[in-house]
Design a binder for this molecule. Structure first.
Ligand SMILES: [Zn+2]
Length: 430
């Protein structure tokens, strides 16, 4: 059925639509925009007082399904995404089985489509089983719908293999999303190598472990002119290397995540395993560099790296607990709180890094509000304050270092393909 959204104020990437307008959504598309639109028979949502922008796109999510459904299921993950304002997700391949064949990728896409909560874009693995020993059928995965390839979660240590992968992906024009940590340097250490690791008297993951791999992957991709996207950058040195590569005109893009611009390694001392994440939370100097990278455009994308874990897993010791943060339901609020309300960045720039930029990197014609585009959009209140209570999460992963913090900015409704996929009770559709 058609949906008429009245009196919403448009922000973020939009073409030919601005200010307070009505939007008519029909057959999954935005079919009209303007003042005082009439649509007899359509459902009506009054969005007065709220902002509307294109639906958010997360190019880095772990949905755990198949294989680890005690952490998250496809449905809970997609519902959490909708609640967080995301209408499109690229989900990483480190499930069980790994998304490393065209058949598995097609099956996952079909399950996502059947749920109808988000546009689901499974990422294809670069190596079979994420074992780093043998390349997958990259061409077949692309034909099956892979918009990107990644072994995320596991660094690809064999340089010869990754070089061969770039040789092939250049022809496909599909980016490799690279998890840049030197496995030999980071081992399974729980924290950054720095003041906190010294206080705790445990070994840490040094910044150079990330920087070496960023530099290696930029060089390998550049040899063939292949696109490379660096996942979750967290160090000053990595950002500086990406900045230099961009100045040289290389096809490199990158993302960071809210925890890297909001929190430092000190969180480990008070939050323990909830603040354990790969790469680890870093120093205030690194956080400052992440902010500068976001501001000057070196960092293209804000992604979540949503990594849900079960409570009993995160209850293990710092050394044994798995790494990761459940991020879908706090990402926009954290971005607004730490980047917009601090005066660091404009609303449009923040939203661009969560819509148009990831869409561009993945080659998606989404992420921009315009007549004729897909009816993916969200309504949000940039000023509403709320306190993060993981018990209220839709995600099965309640692991977040933002628990108890007050964030400013709240998603009120999400619409994907013209259908309301999430709304707060206060939002009425008549
Ligand atoms: Zn990763």
């Amino acid at each position: 059925m058609a949906l008429l959204i009245q009196n919403a104020t448009v922000v973020g990437p939009a073409e030919g639509i601005s200010g307070q307008v009505d939007l008519l959504l029909e057959h999954g598309m935005i079919t009209a925009a303007g003042e005082g639109l009439q649509a007899p028979g359509a459902m009506v949502l009054d969005a007065r007082g709220l902002l509307v922008c294109a639906g958010l796109i997360d190019m880095h999510t772990h949905l755990r399904d198949p294989g680890q459904t005690h952490k998250e299921t496809l449905e809970t993950g997609c519902r959490a995404a909708a609640k967080g304002g995301f209408t499109s997700l690229a989900c990483m391949a480190n499930t069980d089985p790994v998304t490393d064949t065209p058949e598995l990728l097609r099956a996952l896409r079909a399950r996502g489509a059947a749920l109808g909560l988000v546009n689901l874009y499974p990422v294809g693995a670069v190596t079979r089983g994420l074992k780093g020993q043998e390349l997958t059928d990259l061409e077949g995965l692309m034909e099956a719908g892979a918009l990107a390839f990644s072994d995320d979660g596991v660094p690809i240590m064999r340089t010869d293999l990754l070089r061969e992968a770039f040789r092939r992906t250049e022809k496909l024009g599909v980016p490799i999303l690279s998890h840049c940590e030197d496995a030999e340097l980071v081992r399974n250490y729980a924290v950054n190598e720095g003041p906190v690791s010294r206080v705790l008297e445990i070994p840490g993951r040094p910044a150079i472990a990330e920087e070496l791999m960023v530099q290696r992957d930029i060089m390998l991709a550049a040899e063939f002119g292949a696109p490379v996207h660096i996942c979750h950058v967290s160090t000053k040195g990595a950002i500086e290397r990406i900045r230099q590569a961009k100045e040289q005109g290389l096809l490199v893009t990158c993302e960071t995540c809210p925890h890297y611009f909001a929190l430092t390694e000190q969180e480990i001392l008070t939050r323990g395993t909830m603040a354990k994440v790969n790469p680890p939370l870093r120093t205030p100097e690194d956080l400052g560099a992440v902010l500068e990278g976001l501001r000057d455009g070196t960092i293209d994308v804000i992604a979540t790296d949503h990594a849900p874990h079960a409570a009993d897993e995160k209850a293990l010791s710092l050394a044994e607990a798995p790494s990761g943060i459940s991020g879908l339901e706090t990402a926009l609020a954290a971005a607004l709180t730490y980047l917009y309300h601090t005066g660091m960045m404009s609303l449009d720039d923040i939203l661009s890094k969560m819509t148009a930029e990831p869409a561009f990197i993945l080659g998606l014609s989404r992420g921009c509000l315009a007549v004729g585009e897909a009816a993916d959009l969200i309504l949000f209140d940039p000023d509403e304050e709320w306190t993060v209570d993981p018990e209220q999460f839709v995600s099965m992963g309640h692991n977040t270092p933002f628990a108890g913090l007050t964030l400013k900015g709240r998603v009120k409704a999400s619409v994907m393909g013209g259908n309301v996929t999430w709304k707060e009770e206060s939002i009425r559709v008549l």
